[in-house]
Design a protein around this ligand. Sequence first.
Ligand code: FPP
Length: 224
Amino acid sequence: MDGNGRWAQSQGFHRVAGHRQGAKTVDTVVTACRERGVQHLTLYAFSSQNWTRPSLEIKALMELLAEYVRRERNKIMNNNIRLTAIGSIDQLPESVRKALLELMDASRNNTGMTLCLALSYGGQEEIIAAVQKLCRECVAGDIRPENIDSELFSKALWSGDMGPVDLMIRTSGELRLSNFLLWSCAYAEFFFSDKMWPEFDENDLNMAFAAYANRDRRYGAVGK
Ligand code: FPP
């Protein structure tokens, strides 16, 4: 969800105003994905590396997240959405963690769509956590190193119940993965939009889905 800061600065606002506007785009995109039958949507809301930002910006982002979870509670429940999170959730301030865990628990049996927030998340950090988990299981004698295959490894990830990414959308004209779902994006299709995240709308989402529908996913095999 890139470009909040640049959008705000281009309007003469503080970067934080861009994140606030970006939270409105989150509403639009979640609703549109639910309506279109998307089964799983992961939003990269705060990376492991974002902790290096100015403390005022971090504080504002954490407040926005807590506010989002409280404000959207009814909408999430009424639309049968299951809220999950990936990342070092224990590093989040208590106010965010509490609100998040409460709604994750309340929505855990919802089946309409899974909305996953990547918070204090990094793809390399996720892979390291999975390696540590599997090493502990090997040391405990629960599994043997030679039994570790891509299926077992995928399940050990924070995003273990999610499966591979079909479509990765990045806004603001940046052409990087930036430590996002490194393992799960192995065969993802990419859609890059020049729009800043606060300006990204339903029409842009439709364009991304239309582009995806025209891709020929060969997974290394020969095409039809
Ligand atoms: C990256 O753009 C965006 C973020 C680090 C924060 C994203 C957060 C939100 C959209 C709002 C809160 C989230 C939810 C789920 C309610 P940037 O700030 O790096 O933009 P820039 O590249 O233009 O500086």
